[in-house]
Design a protein around this ligand. Structure first.
Ligand SMILES: *Cc1c(COP(=O)(O)O)cnc(C)c1O
Length: 381
């Protein structure tokens, strides 16, 4: 089976992990700070806190911004559920802004109109979580301009987009946001098995990210409310969690990060080949205008709705592991119980009804590519 996505781990990666097992602390050693520094250097962000998943990262990002009961958080419906769940973890409520059917990212007109309405009703969101869908960056400059007018904070869910660029800078630099959250799950662009990171340029947010992901405990006398009992003393100052990444994962991350630009090069090559070979088929392609700045975490095409299930089945029968992204968050039973219903966000639903995710991963061969094209042409013609 040719999978829709696959991690790449080589001997250097394995050696890096074994080295930690043999010679270093397994957790709370020096590999985690080294990985955090490497992520700052790569993205251009000032601070980085690694965590055990992007889901944990989104949670602590919300906590660092002070999101809680009574607050509203907006995100997009065509994402993984974690993009919205993080707000619910904090006791806030969630609402969605529909996507645009050319970029598959948040629709700026819908955002502007919804902000205007919310402002007039005194129901502005505390924070907007944007998703750089499939690795295509959102128009962050415009999003920031709109959010600033209304005092809305911005978190980038950058789980798909480490390695992508916007405005000649790497995603994660946080030039137009408060924080950016990365994922290192094996289907994403680079991996630590499970893992994630939160990037920011704010000293205050960084301190809080660190606190919330490490039990809310500090050894820093400067932020201790009470006098220190002695050199051993630490104090818990907020209710935090154990969301730490361990040193084996960090060592894998350091080694993977060195290969990220090569992964990006290969993903762009495969995407480019898809544009060349798919243009003759009866389907809609994503917009290729940003081929070079895109991370190509996923490569999706839009089919006719009535064909999609059949095409999916036949490709699977022929050893092509295509997938469907994403079941719109507001259509999950849990979210329907919160009051959302089908029809609320028609563009995200249209996308879900028609989309098919084709295989793309750094080690995908030309042979595998030809196989995908051959079966797909066969099924569609
Ligand atoms: C994968 C993903 C997440 C969650 O990442 P984990 O590291 O698995 O917790 C969050 N948001 C988006 C958009 C994702 O694709």
């Amino acid at each position: 089976m040719i999978p829709y996505g696959k991690h790449f781990v080589d001997q250097d990666d394995i050696d890096a992990v074994v080295d930690v097992l043999k010679n270093h602390n397994l957790t709370q050693g020096n590999k985690v700070p080294e990985f955090e520094a490497a992520l700052c250097a790569y993205t251009g962000a000032k601070y980085c806190t690694t965590v055990n998943s992007a889901t944990s990262g989104l949670h602590v990002a919300c906590l660092a911004l002070g999101i809680g009961r009574g607050d509203i958080v907006w995100t997009v419906p065509n994402s993984f559920a974690a993009s919205a769940n993080c707000a619910l973890y904090c006791g806030a409520s969630v609402d969605f802004v529909d996507i645009c059917l050319t970029s598959f990212n948040i629709c700026l007109e819908a955002l502007e109109a919804k902000l205007k309405l919310a402002s007039s009703q005194n129901k502005l969101p505390h924070t907007l979580i944007v998703v750089h869908f499939a690795g295509a960056t959102c128009d962050m400059q415009s999003i920031q301009r709109l959010c600033k007018q209304h005092g809305v904070n911005i978190i980038e869910d950058a789980a798909h987009s480490i390695g992508a660029s916007y405005n000649e800078k790497k995603v994660g630099c946080c030039e137009f946001s408060d924080m950016a959250v990365l994922s290192f799950h094996p289907v994403k662009s680079m991996t630590t098995a499970e893992g994630g990171a939160v990037l920011t340029n704010s000293d205050t947010l960084n301190q809080k990210l660190s606190l919330f992901s490490k039990h809310g405990i500090t050894r820093d006398e400067a932020i201790m409310p009470l006098p220190k009992d002695g050199p051993w003393h630490y104090q818990q100052v907020v209710l935090g969690y154990n969301y730490r990444l361990n040193d084996m994962q960090a060592a894998l991350g350091i080694s993977q990060l060195k290969k990220l630009d090569d992964f990006m090069f290969k993903r762009r090559q495969i995407a480019s080949r898809y544009f060349d070979t798919l243009s003759a088929l009866p389907l809609d392609l994503p917009s290729p205008k940003d081929l070079e700045n895109h991370a190509w975490h996923l490569f999706m095409v839009l089919l006719k709705k009535h064909q999609r299930t059949e095409v999916y089945k036949q490709l699977h029968q022929n050893g092509i592991g295509v997938n469907v992204h994403y079941i719109p968050i507001h259509t999950h039973p849990y979210y329907q119980d919160l009051g959302f219903k089908k029809g609320d966000f028609p563009n995200a639903e249209y996308f879900y009804d028609n989309a098919l995710t084709l295989p793309i991963f750094p080690t995908m061969t030309e042979e595998e590519h030809s196989q995908v094209i051959a079966v797909l042409s066969d099924v569609l013609n």
